[in-house]
Design a protein around this ligand. Structure first.
Ligand code: HGY
Ligand code: MN
Ligand code: MN
Ligand code: MN
Length: 407
């Protein structure tokens, strides 16, 4: 498959769920998600590859070179954040499909059957924007999350994962291929590679991350007729919590802890009603689990004092806890070797964003690679990576995956 064919496919898929400012809006289980899945299935069908869909909506395109052998999985996710970027996840799935086509041609020409098969995967709901937690489909596949529980997760409108997947025709019953190893290429979503003028990141580790699910319960009342002394305003307390989540990073050295509240919903959300309930989610990440735990504990203490002060109830639950991950040295070296063979600048790098490889690395040796993000921005419409860097990454993924298939 040529470089032009890859670019044509990538830029076509970027039109699915396209937003006015060059982003995409393709949340898990929506019709836009269905359209990219249909496209994925069409690409596989054109190549004569069997497509399987498992019980949490993960899609696999299978290249069975040696019947009965285990599969090297390569891929990423086609779902996006709301008003997200068109590269995050989608690049890795399209690079996976095109790398597989190149590898198939190589295997057919080579004669000798490789010891392992190859499968390209589109993981369900990596982003977790509509259905929390994130990295859901690959975590169920890896046995880290329970499929039944995840199928019952509901979005803010009360729609369950099961209903959404059934609605788009992608709640499968197929048996997923058995993995021997995993490789994923993804945009960096940071500015290190760009700053150092490098093309490939050999990811050697990932950060400790956890989220806090916070519910603030006040008392609904009239914004005009209720005396200030009688108000139990959930939004006032929640606003202080949003600032606490931001300010707690100041307790540690610069950038040692990153945290934000990205999601906040309000009930009943009427201009002349004092809010009775606010639900918000805080995302805490650090290289050190101790720092996250210390930040969490001080937040819990401050929130308890706030509940007292405002005479309201505040419930806090930990969820989506991801321990630090270290990718196998052999995979990091493989990326470094292939990048060097291709004449591409490469360095080792840590990921602060979560990826499906974080789940897969818990069950099979996984290789994670980055290509540069312009300005380091992601999870926004401004997200951008050049065609040249995407093509270089496709070459690197092809070489790495071929090595893995050849055992
Ligand atoms: O969790 C993450 O960081 C990813 O972007 N879903
Ligand atoms: Mn991603
Ligand atoms: Mn993402
Ligand atoms: Mn009234």
């Amino acid at each position: 498959m040529t470089a032009e064919a890859f670019l044509q496919d990538f830029h076509h898929v970027a039109t699915i769920g396209a937003t006015p400012n060059n982003g995409v809006h393709r949340q898990a289980g929506t019709d836009e998600d269905r359209q990219t899945r249909d496209w994925f299935a069409g690409f596989a069908a054109e190549h004569g590859w069997e497509v399987r869909v498992d019980g949490i909506g993960n899609m696999f395109a299978l290249l069975e070179f040696r019947p009965g052998a285990k599969f090297v999985l390569i891929g990423s996710h086609l779902d996006s954040q709301p008003l997200g970027g068109r590269f995050d996840g989608a690049y890795g799935v399209l690079a996976g499909l095109h790398a597989a086509a190149r590898i198939e041609a190589n295997v057919r020409a080579g004669g000798e059957l490789p010891p392992f098969n190859l499968a390209v995967v589109n993981w369900f709901n990596e982003e977790g924007g509509r259905f929390a937690p994130s990295i859901m489909g690959s975590s169920v596949y890896a046995g880290i999350m329970d499929r039944g529980q995840m199928l019952d997760v509901r979005d803010l409108q009360g729609v369950s994962v099961r209903e959404a997947l059934t609605g788009i025709g992608y709640l499968g019953t197929d048996e997923a291929p058995e993995p021997v190893s995993y490789a994923e290429i993804h945009i960096e979503q940071g500015r290190i590679l760009e700053r150092e003028g490098l093309t490939i990141g050999a990811v050697d580790s990932s950060w400790y991350t956890q989220k806090l699910d916070i519910e603030v319960l006040g008392e609904q009342s009239h914004t005009g007729a209720t005396a200030m002394a009688d108000r139990h305003d959930a939004l006032v307390a929640a606003s202080k919590i949003v600032l606490m989540v931001h300010d707690v990073t100041g307790n540690f050295e610069e950038e040692a802890l990153v945290s934000s509240v990205g999601q906040l919903t309000l009930e009943p959300n009427s201009p002349i009603v004092v809010a009775r309930r606010v639900h918000l989610v805080a995302d805490l990440r650090s290289n050190s689990p101790e720092i996250v735990k210390s930040a969490r504990d001080s937040l819990l203490a401050d929130v308890a004092a706030l509940a007292e002060e405002h005479d309201i109830r505040i419930n806090v639950k930990d969820f989506d806890i991801r321990a630090n991950q270290y990718y196998p040295e052999s995979g990091v070296e493989l990326t470094e070797k292939m990048a060097a063979n291709l004449g591409l600048g490469v360095r080792r790098i840590q990921t602060m964003a979560g990826h499906d490889s974080v789940a897969m690395n818990r069950i099979v040796p996984s290789v994670m690679m980055f290509i540069p993000s312009v300005d380091g921005v992601s999870h926004c419409e401004r997200e951008f990576t050049t065609d040249a860097d995407m093509l270089a990454g496709l070459d690197a993924l092809t070489e790495v995956a071929l090595e893995l298939v050849n055992g």
